[in-house]
Design a protein around this ligand. Sequence first.
Ligand SMILES: Cc1cc2nc3c(=O)[nH]c(=O)nc-3n(C[C@H](O)[C@H](O)[C@H](O)COP(=O)(O)OP(=O)(O)OC[C@H]3O[C@@H](n4cnc5c(N)ncnc54)[C@H](O)[C@@H]3O)c2cc1C
Length: 361
Amino acid sequence: MIKTDIAILGAGASGLFLASFLDGKDYLLIDHNQTPLKIKVSGGGKCNFTNEFVTPDNYLGDKKLIKKVLDNFSNKDVLRFFRDIKYKKIKNNQYFASSSNEIIKKLNKKKFLAEILGVEKDNNFIVHTSKGDIRANKVVVATGGVSYKKLGATDIGYKIAKSFGHCVTAPLPALVGLSLQKEQFWMKNLSGVSLKAKIEVEDKLFFDDILFSHRGITGPAVLNASLYWKKGKIKCDFLPEYDIKKSNKTLSNALPLPKRFTLEFLKTHNFKDLPVNHSQKAINLLKNYEFAPAGNFGFDKAEATKGGVGTNELVKLESKFVKNLYFIGEVVDVTGELGGYNFQWCFSSAKYIADILSKMI
Ligand SMILES: Cc1cc2nc3c(=O)[nH]c(=O)nc-3n(C[C@H](O)[C@H](O)[C@H](O)COP(=O)(O)OP(=O)(O)OC[C@H]3O[C@@H](n4cnc5c(N)ncnc54)[C@H](O)[C@@H]3O)c2cc1C
């Protein structure tokens, strides 16, 4: 049987990052994929690996824990870590690599390629894999969330947590497009159209692009809204920067919106394309458009999974119930907004455990 001191389950963003601080230590990285596919496809192949402004408010989850973990390894530390790769700041705050392959190259480590099947404990841990059992003194679960199964995601991390008595907050798709109820099907006629809007959901406000698609609405503002949306209504301001002026031009000519959108909106809501001066009602509706989405596009299209291993049963990311069992990355019930926040969480939580393990060895 293979023996190791530290078994790292999952060689994605958080598992690889942890391993990069364990050089010279006795560890084994286990994954069924040779390549960290989520890093590869992330940010449209350019991996948005952190953000200029990172606070616990950019995350859904236990704010105190998030703060502690981010304070220990911040966005500045992430930028320092990747200082020798080519990267760019986009939209004034999001850091993208010139290619996600650069991030992968920097994090590359040897892996034990096998399916992880479960973990048991007697004196130490036994990790069951498709290629046999592995004995380990410590186990770090870094198997991620369940979105994008085609990239290798499984629920094994949740199963392992549950098998040791942990609660797992129901996993749900996040950073995902929203589907529409019948009353909003007019938006489907706008497939391919995009515009800048403000979306209000719970107590959060996102000002970014909305993209209409044949399935519903997507784009950065919607993906962010999906993180906080719990059924019920969201509010859209389709004219966030419009200063209403007296004008004799018709709405479709005067408004800073794609003409196709304005005409479809007016038709659906029984307004005529009249001059701005006579269109206060339509403008009000465009600025305060409330509706309840039907649902979301599902795990196959979700960039993240909200929910996961409950943080109130972890102390410093270690299981309260089983010593030397740790959880890092997306498997934990912490989910970030769009813009590099999820990789930042993965890297910070990995470094948090790296520091603890380094002191022990
Ligand atoms: C399309 C897409 C784009 C994204 N873009 C961004 C972005 O630009 N910026 C950002 O911050 N976040 C982005 N994310 C989110 C980000 O990729 C994840 O939050 C992050 O990868 C989670 O890291 P992790 O280490 O927790 O899990 P993962 O990176 O998912 O790693 C988990 C690893 O465990 C392995 N594994 C799982 N189950 C098993 C098993 N049973 N046996 C063996 N191995 C197993 C998987 O193969 C995988 O390698 C994106 C996600 C997607 C899907």
